[in-house]
Write a protein of this length. Structure first.
Length: 290
């Protein structure tokens, strides 16, 4: 068994075709098919069910695919580690972030990181904190900026607390409550509310605050991104609860403190086995926070 055979088999599994896999691996189909047949002989199991119309993984093939991807990642990691030992940082940095990040200037950090380590490819994506945490634990993401409510454990990863801030009410200037100096959760519960989808990290923060005060509320509009919160408030559809620092980026809207408001903690988190590229980015973040 060798890495080339593993690469060929993974390509067939991911493309569902020996022809497309051969094209992706820059080889001829006959050579690829021969190597996969040899691999199956060595493993003592068929990896693919072949018909005239499709190629599908067998149960043994599905098991193989999981471990084959781990082998591929280990091979890539080995190359990156050897390069790092000679002073060259290369590979890929996969970075996640919440959409409401304000405590650090992420574009500036990435620009500086690219200047220092031009051989590293950067993969940046936005997501909910609970999903980003799971990606870190599964080693699908190298590092992430996440937001959780006080008391929520950040388990299975290493993390540094960046900030803690209250959520505030965000209103259209023509809203009936726009002139108030402070609002209570009970008053908010009687209004039309815009919030994140049920079950997501940001929604759990607001749900927990109302539950702790024994106040029932109805979320009229659920969204999955902070830009929708802002857009709907600008249309005077309802009131949203957003982090204080985030509200500062919405000129023309009204921000009002909320009594017993939910609070959010923002962390920079990374996996327990960081790659050389992740370690380099971690060092840059730590330097920026000093």
């Amino acid at each position: 068994m060798n890495l080339r055979q593993i690469d060929y088999a993974v390509a067939v599994a991911e493309t569902g075709s020996f022809t497309r896999a051969a094209e992706r691996c820059h080889t001829v189909q006959s050579a690829l098919s021969h190597q996969i047949s040899r691999l199956e002989e060595q493993l003592g199991a068929r990896l693919f069910e072949r018909t005239s119309r499709r190629v599908a993984l067998t149960p043994a093939g599905r098991t193989f695919l999981t471990h084959a991807r781990q082998v591929q990642e280990a091979a890539r990691r080995l190359g990156d580690e050897m390069a790092a030992a000679t002073g060259e940082i290369r590979g890929t940095l996969t970075l996640g972030t919440i959409s409401t990040l304000t405590v650090v200037n992420l574009p500036a950090l990435l620009a500086e990181f690219h200047r220092r380590h031009p051989q590293v490819d950067i993969r940046l994506h936005t997501g909910m904190s609970d999903r980003l945490l799971e990606e870190l634990r599964q080693q699908e993401t190298d590092a992430a900026f996440i937001g959780v409510w006080p008391g929520e454990p950040v388990a299975g990863v290493d993390a540094r607390l960046l900030s803690e801030e209250p959520l505030v009410a965000l209103l259209h200037p023509n809203h009936a409550l726009a002139g108030r100096k402070r609002l209570s959760l009970a008053e908010l519960a009687r209004q039309t509310l815009v919030d994140y989808q049920a079950g997501t990290g940001p929604r759990q923060q607001t749900d927990a605050a109302f539950q702790a005060a024994a106040i029932e509320r109805r979320v009229t509009v659920e969204v999955n991104h902070v830009e929708w919160l802002e857009a709907l408030v600008r249309q005077n559809v309802g009131i949203a609860l957003v982090p204080l620092a985030t509200a500062a980026h919405y000129p023309g809207l009204v921000t009002i403190p909320v009594q017993a408001a939910p609070r959010r903690r923002v962390y920079f988190a990374w996996g327990r086995h960081p790659t050389p590229a992740a370690l380099a980015f971690l060092g840059l973040v730590q330097q920026a926070l000093e």
